[in-house]
Design a protein around this ligand. Structure first.
Ligand SMILES: Cc1cc2nc3c(=O)[nH]c(=O)nc-3n(C[C@H](O)[C@H](O)[C@H](O)COP(=O)(O)OP(=O)(O)OC[C@H]3O[C@@H](n4cnc5c(N)ncnc54)[C@H](O)[C@@H]3O)c2cc1C
Length: 391
């Protein structure tokens, strides 16, 4: 009988978005490496629909990510009480089920699900069943970590994927429908049409606390579906999440308190306003696969530098978040986004790609701010923000 392998070139702890993308890029560019991915859950990738704008991704990444895509819509729309708009920026989605198949195919027998990691260090992983595995490179892709070095607001959501009895009539995603009661902060509905009769509909709130009242959101979501005149034939699945929205914090302390070669949300690599991490994770996967010397230390050095640079470059987005969260009354927060969506499409694209120019940044703020001026000014310095513990 073959003895089970215990020594690898690379072990990736966590088979979610960041870990899976690194595994895929290593399989494509460094096929000689023995890469093991360890996922605690029953499937790689969990239950997710990961999306981003096509313009969030540089052309070389668009190329290799294409086989992972489940949908590409050529346009999307937004709806606010005083303003609605259709934009021609393509919107992309990756279904975690398809992602799991691609990662499992690339790694073969070296994709282990149901394998929780109890402990890891720079060259060793201990599984919950006490088996010990070794590798020259150990990457920590176990998703968000606890800690108070960074101050967050929260984007909370609950979504239903449904099959309708009749066609819905939408021609593309509604990325924000804020023409709804503003409950628990900035509230909007997010709708992805997967076919003429199949929709993913998510009720989202930008809130101060991270607690998610699933029963209440489910009720509000059902009321929205009814208002749209959609009748549900089958509820196919439910997904929910609480995503961090960065308000401020100390990235140097975050890394001092993160001893591993962390990637993904654990490396604070996400867009401060949307909480989306797919573009950063894809870029990092390419960079890890391109490292000439691949060790835990070299990955850690790369990610820490990327994470700190991104944190510093994205200071402006955190200031906008503070205006959204701390300077405006919860029921008025939608006005910040309503006003933003009156700006030119290329500026909006650069904003979501976290590439806003100085002129863009000025343009976003110029004019009458939709928040009280005193509160807006008070929220400008990063030091104005402290952690709130209310849930
Ligand atoms: C419902 C939802 C929808 C989202 N939609 C988007 C989106 O549209 N676009 C976007 O860019 N971002 C989105 N995000 C945000 C972010 O991109 C995702 O959360 C993304 O999955 C984060 O990637 P990650 O690899 O850091 O963590 P995850 O994808 O959560 O991966 C971490 C993995 O590690 C596993 N794990 C944890 N502990 C252990 C352990 N001890 N041992 C082994 N495995 C372990 C987990 O089971 C999980 O599979 C969404 C988040 C949620 C919750």
């Amino acid at each position: 009988m073959d003895r089970p392998e215990t020594d690898f070139d690379v072990i990736i702890a966590g088979g979610g978005l960041a870990g899976g993308l690194i595994a895929l890029r290593l399989a494509a560019r460094r096929p000689e490496l023995r890469v093991l991915i360890l996922e605690a859950g029953p499937v790689l990738g969990g239950v997710h629909t990961w999306c981003c704008f096509e313009t969030d991704l540089p052309p070389d990444i668009r190329h290799w990510i294409a086989p992972l895509l489940s949908h590409r819509w050529p346009q999307y729309e937004v709806r606010f009480p005083a303003h609605a708009r259709s934009l021609t920026t393509p919107y992309l989605s990756i279904a975690s089920g398809h992602f799991a198949v691609e990662v499992a195919e690339a790694l073969g027998a070296r994709a282990w699900t149901g394998s929780p990691v109890a402990d890891l260090d720079h060259g060793r992983v201990v599984l919950a069943d006490q088996r010990v595995l070794t590798a020259r490179t150990v990457i920590d892709a176990r998703g968000p970590a606890a800690g108070d070095a960074l101050v967050m607001g929260w984007q909370k959501f609950l979504g239903h994927e449904v099959e309708l009895s009749e066609p819905h009539g939408l021609t593309g995603p509604i990325v924000m429908d804020a023409t709804v009661d503003q409950l628990d902060g900035y509230r909007f509905l997010y709708v992805l049409p997967f076919s003429d009769t199949r929709l993913l509909i998510e009720d989202t709130r930008y809130s101060d606390g991270e607690s998610l009242d699933r029963d209440q959101i489910r009720e509000d979501l059902t009321a929205y579906i009814r208002q749209q005149g959609w009748s549900i034939r089958d509820l196919l699945r439910e997904e929910h999440g609480v995503l961090p929205i960065a308000l401020g914090g100390d990235i140097d302390r975050w890394w001092r308190e993160t001893p591993t070669a962390a990637v993904g949300l654990r490396a604070a690599l996400f867009h401060p306003v949307t909480g989306y991490s797919l573009p950063d994770a894809a870029r990092l996967a390419d960079e890890v696969a391109a490292l000439s010397e691949l060790t835990t230390e070299s990955v850690r050095t790369l990610v820490e530098a990327r994470s700190k640079a991104a944190w510093n470059e994205r200071r402006y987005f955190r200031m906008l978040n503070r205006m959204l969260f701390r300077a405006s009354a919860p029921e008025k927060r939608y006005r910040v986004m309503e006003r933003f969506y009156r700006l030119p499409q290329p500026l909006i694209e650069r904003f979501y790609a976290a590439r806003a120019s100085l002129a863009d940044k000025a343009r976003i703020l110029i004019g009458k701010p939709p928040v009280p001026i005193g509160a807006a000014l008070a929220s400008l310095p990063e030091s104005s923000v402290t952690k709130r513990t209310t849930a």
